[in-house]
Design a protein around this ligand. Structure first.
Ligand SMILES: Cc1ncc(COP(=O)(O)O)c(C=O)c1O
Length: 370
């Protein structure tokens, strides 16, 4: 039976229908006026809207590869969002009966795809008591020479946990010993709250496929720009699959993406994201503190989201619908991750918007007697 992507459907149905959308895990987007100067806007308006290069505009491939040490343009393939990157990675690599190890919780796209492509699934959970890190001994026992692929989201959605260099080295070593691929969804890389940028898995292991894009740390989901980073042979194989999907990304989006990924703008956009998140996390923490005993929380190290456990006698999906219908505020229920008892709050919006949304959540939980 076809496994539906319930989490994405839940968000896309309701996120534009509520007054306060706290379900988004990215940063508040910028506008073309914020990004481009007058001359650039003039040039943009005169562009002829051809098809783009299927691999990606060479100028864009260059500024993307500059973000990954020791790579060149032939290691990059441009996609429509990291969602397409994840899709063509899974379509290329996962065949019926292949063993896939999923690190959970995660964005639920690859778990759903792996099931739909007929994989044998093994799972391992990040542990709350380890601040949402992995027990590496457990991973070592789980991965075998039969494992085709280990799928990771780092920085992690929904917990915001970030793996250390030592953890990535150890995971790469487990993968190498068993000749498994690593899929690393790194769409939250660059929005760290502590200043130190997460290293990409591509630096640690030659059989890594990185999926990334401009939607989260780079705050531009509407451009639908994503990419894969992998060795040349893998890029070639995945590209052969992409020829059957979207052909190329929009030339208009690519033009803006070139500006975003240029070194200077890239660090400005990422600093903006990190600053917003740092301030919003303080605000969120004091909101949690005002509800003594109700929530457990390991603060995120990156990404526009806060994953909290709650002590209320109500199912998370039921609670999310109650808040949506009665208070017009949307949050993601833990049920979307198979983790009832948890909620994911988006903390990447403007501070006053976040405060007002949280006030409504307070009202909603008061109304159920908590
Ligand atoms: C971890 C992760 N990967 C991929 C995506 C898809 O993002 P996009 O296709 O907008 O780049 C999301 C969206 O929430 C995500 O959280």
């Amino acid at each position: 039976m076809f496994v539906r992507f319930e989490m994405e459907r839940f968000q896309s149905i309701y996120e534009n229908e509520v007054d306060f959308n706290l379900s988004d895990s990215g940063n508040h987007p910028m506008s073309i006026n914020d990004l481009l100067d007058k001359d650039e806007i003039e040039k943009f308006l005169s562009m002829e809207i051809y098809y783009g290069y299927t691999q990606g505009d060479p100028r864009l491939l260059k500024v993307i590869k500059d973000w990954y040490p020791n790579t060149n343009e032939s290691n990059i393939l441009l996609t429509n969002g990291s969602a397409e990157a994840n899709f063509i990675m899974a379509w290329t690599l996962i065949k019926p009966g292949d063993e896939v190890v999923l690190v959970l919780p995660t964005y639920m796209q690859v778990p759903g795809l792996a099931k739909n492509f007929g994989a044998e699934i093994k799972t391992i959970n990040l542990k709350e008591e380890l601040d949402w890190h992995l027990d590496l001994n457990e991973l070592e026992e789980l991965v075998t020479p039969n494992t085709k692929l280990i799928s990771i989201c780092n920085p992690n959605n929904p917990t915001g946990a970030v793996m250390t260099d030592e953890e990535m080295t150890a995971i790469a070593s487990i993968a190498r010993t068993n000749n498994a691929y690593i899929h690393s969804d790194e769409v939250y890389r660059g929005s760290e709250l502590g200043g130190k940028e997460t290293r990409s898995f591509i630096e640690f292991y030659e059989k890594t496929i990185v999926c990334c894009g401009l939607s989260k740390s780079f705050a531009h989901p509407g451009l639908r720009i994503g990419w894969l980073v992998a060795n040349e042979e893998l890029i070639e194989e995945i590209w052969a699959h992409k020829d059957y999907t979207s052909l190329c990304a929009s030339v208009l989006s690519q033009e803006i993406a070139i500006k975003i990924m240029e070194k200077k703008t890239r660090s400005q956009v990422l600093s903006r994201s990190s600053e917003m998140l740092k301030n919003n996390l303080k605000l969120f923490q004091s909101w949690l503190d005002s509800h003594t005993g109700l929530f457990t929380f390991v603060p995120p190290q990156a990404g526009g989201m806060a994953f909290v456990g709650y002590a209320m006698n109500i199912n998370s999906m039921e609670l999310a619908h109650k808040l949506r219908t009665e208070q017009s505020v949307l949050i993601v229920p833990g049920d979307c991750y198979g983790m009832d008892g948890y909620l994911r709050f988006g903390i990447g919006s403007h501070a006053d918007y976040l405060s007002q949304g949280l006030e409504l959540v307070s009202k909603g939980i008061k109304s159920i007697g908590c």
